[in-house]
Design a binder for this molecule. Sequence first.
Ligand code: PBG
Ligand code: ZN
Length: 327
Amino acid sequence: MSFPTERPRRLRRTPAIREMAAETRIHPSMLIQPHFVVRGKGERQEIPSMPEIARMSPDVLVEQAGHDLQLGIKTVLLFGLADEKDGTGTYGSDSNGPVQQAIRRLKSAFRDDITIITDVCLCAYTDHGHCGLLSQDGEILNDETLEQLSKIAVSHAEAGADMVAPSDMMDGRVGAIRAAMDENGFKNTGIMAYSAKYASAYYGPFRDAAESAPAHGDRKSHQMDVRNRREALREIRLDIEEGADIVMVKPALAYLDVILDVASMVEVPVSCYNVSGEYSMVKAAAANGWIDEPAVVRENLLAMARAGADLIITYHGRKALEGNWLG
Ligand code: PBG
Ligand code: ZN
C-alpha cells in the first residue's frame, strides 16, 4: 500500500488532529527540578553561567518549591554547597548542613506532596574537589570512599529525604548505600542511581554553581568514557542488582542512543539528566536571538521522552510550564 492510499499528511492537517496523533507527551510530574542549597537566610545568589537558576538558602528554597509545586513540578533534586571543606568531605554528612536543613524545611512545609531526592557525592565537600578520597599519590580510592558516601546518604535519609541519588560513579556504591540505609532503619528510602554517567564537558556551568570543580585532573577514572554505549548497559545492570530503584543516563541530549538502549532493557523507571551545559547553551543562543527558546526547549525535552526517559531532570522545567511551552 502506498500513495494514493497512504497519505500520512491526513494526521497532520489540524493542530487538534496532530495533538490526537502525538506519540509522546510530557506531563509536569515527569520533571525534576535541581536546586543548589546554601547556608543562611534570605539568600538568592544568581549563577552567571546558568541564567534564571540561583543558589538558595533553605527558607528561600521553600518559597520557590511552593511556587513550582503549583506549576506541577513535584520532585526536587538537591545539591549542597559547603562552607567548610576537607580532604574527606566530612561536612557532607553534617546533620545541620544546608541540604539536611532544606530537607527538614521542605518536608515540614509540604509533607509528602513534595518528593525530595538528594545528590550524594563528595566533590562539593572535599577541598580537592574530587568525588572520592585520594591516596597519597592522588589516585581516587574506591572502597574507602563508599563508607563516606554511605554516611552522607544516611544523613539525608535521617533528615527525611525520599530518595538519595549517588552521582560519584564509584564501583559498588549503590549496594553500600542500600546496606547502610537498611542498617540504619531507612529501608523505605529509595535510590535513584546516576548509573550511566559520562565524563562529559557539559558539566562546566554546574561546577561553577556547586563550587565542585576538581582542583587538578579530571573525572575520567570513574565517570564513563564518552565513546562507550554497551558499557552503559553494564553499569545499569550492576546498579539494579545492587538495589537501584530508578536508573539515570547523564547527560541527556548527547546520549539519546543510551537512553533508548536502557529504556528497552530495564524494568525500573529511567531518568535522564538534561545537564547544565545543555541548559546554558540553549539560554546563551536564546539570549542572542539565535534560536526560539520555547520551541527548542520543547523539542529537546520531547526528544528525551521519545527516546524513552520516564523522568527528566532539567533546569528548564519552571519556565516551560509557566509559558506553556510543552503542549
Ligand atoms: C556531582 C555532580 C555533577 C553533576 C551532578 N552531580 C558534576 C560532576 O560530576 O562533575 C552535573 C550536573 C549538571 O551539569 O547539571 N558529581
Ligand atoms: Zn562528584
